[in-house]
Design a binder for this molecule. Structure first.
Ligand code: COI
Length: 356
């Protein structure tokens, strides 16, 4: 397939943010985007880079009604020599196909899409921030396009990649946050769509997010949907605990997202000689261990949030404080190592980064 490129800038072009602007997360979009179409006759076809612009949709577009859609998220980082690193991009593009399979969307070709992404990034390279803690967040997504109100898999799809220069996901930055343990609502059950990155998982989480915020917390910690006991993940990221010097993270059980930062933490920890167990951990077990002084750290891991320290858990009437509410030693170590590799500040002995 031939990639077509139209770089004429549209009326919707956004001025680049000032060098010292607070970028926040997902607020500003670059000048161009990638699109590719699917239909049953031609498969994925017509890949193109075009000016960023609003999408014209038929009001009956099936994804608007029944949510047949997926997304992913990865980042491009500016290295000290000015070059641009992508972090484990192939894993992200392959994960799109895991989400696609669950949502009955035809698979993409990860190698071809990576070439197209690199081309888009070459065009938009000036948008990659060069400030510490900032990066260019890449949002690939696929929407079902059939204009039809029958509940069925669409016959047509559109794949987009849009780009947004960003700072930290939480306004608190790397400061430890408070997390609310949700006991009423659940995010996912085995056999559901919990391991897919699909919009409805996030829409269904908003009510719990609202409850968390009312309790003075920034995010939710989800428990499993059957026993309401086993820890699954934090609102938009995976989670880790340091218990008696060992790293513990909930095992991938079919309802948890298989995070690429999660995988990187596990691989790094094991390579550094730490024990890392992927296992079930119940909230009551965690509380008991914390009361006995065994739990020294908790953190979240995700592309948007990278490594995010948790200072305190609110679980019903209990308050579990980790490391006196300060960032723990291992949390800082994983943050420094992963961001060091991403920004090209330390050697990438794992070949996790790719230049564009
Ligand atoms: C990411 O970390 O890339 C995510 O997709 C989480 C998102 C909800 C911001």
């Amino acid at each position: 397939m031939e990639l077509s490129i139209t770089t004429k800038l549209s009326d919707h072009m956004t001025p680049k943010p000032a060098a010292d602007a607070d970028l926040g997360f997902g607020q500003i979009f670059t000048d161009h985007m990638f699109t590719m179409d699917y239909n049953e006759k031609s498969g994925w076809h017509s890949p193109q880079i075009v000016p960023y612009m609003p999408i014209d949709l038929d009001p009956s577009t099936i994804s608007l009604h029944y949510g047949q859609a997926i997304f992913d998220g990865l980042k491009a980082y500016r290295a000290p020599d000015g070059s641009i690193n992508l972090f484990r991009p192939k894993l992200h593009l392959e994960r799109i196909n895991i989400s696609n399979e669950r949502m009955v969307i035809p698979p993409i070709d990860p190698d071809f899409c990576l070439q197209c992404l690199k081309e888009l990034l070459r065009i938009e390279q000036d948008w990659v921030p060069d400030r510490p803690g900032c990066s260019l967040y890449i949002r690939p997504f696929i929407v079902a396009m059939d204009p039809c109100l029958i509940v069925k898999p669409s016959g047509t799809y559109r794949f987009y990649i849009i780009l947004t220069p960003c700072g930290s996901y939480y306004p608190q930055g790397m400061n430890p946050v408070s997390i609310f343990v949700e006991t009423e609502y659940v995010r996912a059950v085995r056999g559901g769509s919990g391991q897919a990155k699909t919009p409805s998982n996030y829409a269904a989480s908003l009510i719990a997010q609202k409850r968390a915020m009312a309790a003075g917390c920034v995010q939710v910690l989800w428990l499993d949907g059957v026993h309401r006991r086993y820890i699954e993940e934090i609102g938009s990221m995976n989670t880790f605990f340091v218990i008696d010097g060992k790293l513990i993270t909930p095992e991938l059980n079919g309802s948890i997202l298989s995070g690429i930062t999660r995988r990187s933490v596990i691989e790094l920890a094991r390579d550094m000689g730490y024990t890392c167990e992927e296992r079930q951990i119940a909230i009551d077990e965690l509380c008991a261990l914390a009361k006995q002084g065994h739990v020294s750290e908790m953190f979240g891991s995700g592309t948007a949030a990278v490594i995010s320290p948790v200072g305190e858990l609110h679980y019903e009437t209990e308050r579990i404080v980790f490391n006196q509410g300060k960032t723990g030693k291992l949390t800082q170590l994983f943050y420094d190592t992963i961001t060091g590799i991403q920004y090209g500040l330390i050697p990438d002995q794992y070949n996790w980064t790719e230049k564009i």
